[in-house]
Design a protein around this ligand. Structure first.
Ligand SMILES: [Zn+2]
Length: 196
């Protein structure tokens, strides 16, 4: 997970057994629980949700096998980008990077963020108010039960982070990124060649 969880599950369960003198009430609660659980898988296959789970990619997307990326990348970067690992907060030197420049995908080198849109969210992960237009694809994931929006580089599919709706005005977005999934190129230096 990247960033603070902004939607906490409600405290307690709505289907906790009710202590009552009427013991026949408890089995009824259990039936309700089974009914609720039976509805959960259906949520994941609603047409709209299923579509959003498909990652969106650019026209020039590159298709490498996991083994190819593994050979190209250090193990910690590979785990974040292609196994959806999350780095420890405050572990990335990019957290404190304040120079002007461009943040590119650590896998395929596509530019993803401009430094003008970086801000200190206090979360311990590099945070941005917006990505470079068209550079990211998004999909909903359900790892925390409540859907959250995972985003990835739209060129190579590498996992970058999660976007939340508690960012600064005017957009209100917080793009919470793993530093290991990015490389910083200071302004004035040439951008690296795109990996093909
Ligand atoms: Zn990429």
């Amino acid at each position: 997970m990247v960033g603070r969880m902004i939607q906490e599950p409600p405290a307690g369960s709505p289907v906790e057994p009710v202590h009552t003198a009427n013991r026949s009430f408890v089995p009824m609660q259990r039936r309700n629980l089974l009914g609720l659980l039976a509805t959960l898988p259906a949520l994941a296959v609603l047409p709209g949700v299923a579509r959003s789970a498909e990652p969106s990619m650019t026209e020039d997307r590159i298709r490498k096998k996991p083994a190819e990326w593994r050979a190209l990348l250090p193990a910690d970067r590979y785990q974040v980008l292609f196994e959806e690992a999350t780095e420890r907060p405050f572990s990335s030197p990019l957290n404190d990077e304040k120079r002007a420049g461009t943040f590119v995908c650590a896998a395929c080198k596509q530019p993803l963020f401009e430094s003008a849109h970086k801000y200190d969210s206090g979360t311990g992960w590099p945070s941005f108010t917006q990505p470079i237009s068209g550079s990211m694809g998004t999909k909903k994931d359900f790892k925390l039960i409540w859907p959250r929006t995972e985003y990835h580089c739209a060129r190579c599919g590498g996992h970058q982070g999660h976007v939340f709706n508690d960012g600064p005005r005017p957009r209100g977005e917080r793009w919470c990124n793993n530093g290991l999934a990015l490389e910083f190129v200071p302004a004035g230096e040439p951008l690296p060649a795109l990996v093909q």
